[in-house]
Design a protein around this ligand. Structure first.
Ligand code: PRX
Length: 672
């Protein structure tokens, strides 16, 4: 069976029902349609038909039109070793020149590329020419240290012009970057450095978020001190705050010293279209995070196309995607897509609630932002905050510059959608509810803002050429109205190419034999509307949780818990949460007797902090319940479906006849 091994699909049915009943339809505003790159449903259908008729020709045409190739490709799709698909394989390009150099000669050289706003609202900006020079100096610096094509470089940096420059500097010399989100722990960082075999870490002394200085360099030191990172030759440190850090003279180097005196031009290294631009680690259903490997050509193409299709990007737009570069959204929709398209964008260092929950709206007003792209979890928390503090409500700000809104990372519930549409978008901005994943490289199912009638809570229809479908466990198409597995039946240019170091896991996770071995399994459930065929995502079908739009594997959290010497066994499940989408509930058996009362509280606190330190504060369980044991089948398998019900404080109505130790359920229900 594909997906959760011990879960009943019925669990999600109540949500599915509420989505099915959503009747409201919002047409894109007429003036938006009139000026949109893809204008009206007929234009969308014509593109779908073109892709249908000549699938490879469609992508080849777009790849020729959008990318500057140093060597044109003659091959389009190579499916001979499916599912290890290759696109435009014999073509050569440099992704950084596509993001920078092209703008030096197309009239964009003096256009603002990045407007950086720090946590304490200091604003600075760079033009395309200035960014080009910074990246070239950075790239020359890396070269001077011997970093070369094919090397892996870990980037552990805050949201900053330097962080984006670091990614582009790697791309310029053909090094494969692996950005690790600045919230990850030393242990998580160490694991990623080792798996990637990185030669250098690019970091900062500190990051500043919500008025606090948080260490980065010290965490890099801790990660490297843990051992096993023998491939690392250098640690390059961007001085963000200037506060004290330890410095190992043989290994560490300030970024300003590295770039000082470097030439502002750096010959780009051409790479093959399939050359890995980056590896980005993400959670799967088993313990270790997977290094999702992306290409250069197909990935770049997708980042550009979706900027144009889903965001209708125009030269005069002021664009803001609030994601961090540590996530795929920050890769595609902060670094690569907007820059390749010559956009002007905001890069924000801070958090949405500092100095107060009006920060986003204040920034939209001050910078006259026209396209705003954020996560449902942020919207939901700002709804709550604006109820508590009406001064932070969007109506208190002039948001008239906005023309398009986007949502990403998790299902947006219809209530949050409506609030966003009315209060932020003033009922005049389409909302692109973009469904995609680290593995898809960019949007795959989303409304087109100048074409698709929107339904709150539905990501609507696939992009042209995306063969999305809903199938059963055996890969058979399901009729509209019936929930099943979300799959994509044909390869597309920006799809994941491999799991770094683990091709077997790649084929098993994404192209299971049960579905024929060449169909992409997204790992989400979906249902299509009976009349419109619109897709609604019903949640993950594997043991992956989505906490505030961040992806975490239950197995990862469990192994962190059992790594604590006092823990004998742990099972982690997700519990629905109004703000964060899901929250983490851990059931724990200790090696000693089951704690109660204040003792239980103290140990729960200790374990919560332990997980935060082992993985990241994002992974800190909201709730920990202790039992003498966990509910298991006679064969010893933990019955997570029962734990999910207990976590929700609901009555167990499911069949428990295979349960070895029914008495344990009562204990876990009480154990709060
Ligand atoms: O469950 C889906 C959810 O986020 C997962 C992908 O997470 P990640 O790889 O971290 O990428 C997040 C940014 C693209 C998906 O498997 N997801 C993402 N976008 C949506 C969504 N669920 C519903 N609607 C969306 N728009």
């Amino acid at each position: 069976m594909v997906g959760k091994q011990d879960t009943e699909p019925e669990e999600n049915m109540s949500d599915i029902e509420s989505f099915k009943q959503e009747q409201r339809v919002f047409d894109p505003p007429a003036d938006f349609v009139a000026n949109a790159a893809i204008s009206g449903m007929d234009a969308y259908r014509a593109m779908c038909a073109e892709a249908e008729e000549d699938y490879e020709g469609f992508w080849a045409r777009l790849a020729q039109q959008n990318i500057q190739w140093t060597k044109p490709f003659t091959k389009r799709l190579d499916a001979s070793n499916a599912p290890f698909y290759k696109w435009f394989e014999d073509g050569e390009l440099n992704v950084a020149t596509n993001c920078l150099d092209r703008h030096l000669t197309n009239g964009n050289a003096d256009k603002t590329a990045l407007i950086f706003e720090s946590d304490d609202a200091k604003v600075s900006s760079v033009t395309y020419r200035e960014l080009y020079e910074r990246v070239c100096k950075f790239a020359n610096g890396l070269k001077s240290l011997g970093v070369q094509k094919g090397d892996r470089v870990v980037i552990y940096m805050p949201m900053s012009i330097e962080g984006i420059s670091a990614m582009l500097a790697c791309a310029r010399i053909g090094a494969t970057h692996s950005v690790v989100f600045g919230g990850f722990s030393a242990k998580s960082l160490q694991e990623r450095i080792i798996d990637a075999g990185a030669v250098a870490v690019l970091t900062a002394d500190y990051q500043v978020r919500g008025g606090r200085q948080l260490p980065l360099k010290a965490i890099v030191d801790e990660a490297l001190d843990m051992g096993g990172c023998d491939t690392i030759r250098k640690v390059i440190v961007y001085q963000r705050t200037g506060a004290d850090v330890n410095f190992n003279k043989d290994r560490d180097l300030w970024l300003h010293d590295l770039v000082d005196g470097q030439k502002a031009e750096c010959e780009p290294v051409p790479v093959g279209a399939e050359h890995p631009l980056f590896i980005l680690y993400t959670s799967g259903s088993t313990g270790k995070p997977k290094g999702v490997q992306h290409s250069s050509g197909g990935y770049l193409l997708w980042s550009m196309l979706t900027m144009k299709w889903s965001f209708d990007i125009k030269p005069e737009d002021i664009y803001w995607c609030t994601a961090d570069i540590g996530w795929i959204t920050g890769h595609t929709y902060v670094t690569y897509g907007p820059l390749a398209c010559g956009a002007t964008q905001i890069v924000f260092e801070g958090v949405p609630t500092y100095p107060n929950a009006g920060r986003f709206w204040d920034m939209v007003q001050r910078h006259k932002i026209s396209i705003f792209y954020t996560a449902p979890t942020a919207i939901r928390s700002l709804i709550k905050a604006s109820e508590a503090d009406p001064k932070t409500h969007p109506r208190e700000y002039d948001l008239s510059s906005l023309r398009l809104l986007g949502s990403v990372g998790e299902p947006i519930n219809p209530e949050a959608w409506m609030w966003y549409y009315k209060n932020v978008g003033g009922e005049r901005c389409p909302i692109a509810d973009t469904f995609w994943q680290t593995e898809t490289g960019g949007h795959v199912i989303t409304p087109l803002p100048g074409a698709t009638p929107m339904v709150p809570g539905s990501c609507t229809l696939p992009l042209p050429g995306i063969a999305a479908a809903v199938v059963d466990d055996a890969g058979h198409d399901l009729p509209n109205g019936k929930g099943g597995l979300l799959v994509i039946k044909k390869p597309w240019p920006s799809m994941i190419r491999n799991i770094w170091n683990d091709p077997e896991r790649f084929t098993k996770s994404y192209f299971p034999q049960e579905l024929g071995g060449t169909t992409y399994l997204a790992g989400d459930g979906a249902i299509r509307n009976e009349e419109t065929g619109y897709f609604t995502i019903t949640g993950r079908i594997d043991d992956v949780l989505n906490i505030s739009g961040h992806r975490l594997g239950t197995a990862e959290i469990e192994s962190a818990l059992v790594a604590n010497p006092i823990v004998a066994e742990a099972a982690v499940v997700g519990k629905p949460d109004d703000t964060t989408g899901e929250s983490i509930c851990a059931f724990v058996v200790l090696k000693r007797t089951r704690p109660e009362g204040d003792d239980a509280k103290a140990i729960a606190k200790e374990l919560r902090e332990w997980v935060a330190k082992e993985i990241s504060p994002i992974a800190r369980p909201r709730e920990i319940r202790f039992g003498d044991n966990l509910p298991k089948t006679r064969s010893g398998k933990i019955m997570r479906r029962l734990l999910r019900v207990i976590a929700k404080d609901e009555e167990i109505t499911q069949d428990i006849s295979t349960l070895e130790n029914p008495a344990i359920l009562e204990q876990l229900k009480q154990a709060q």
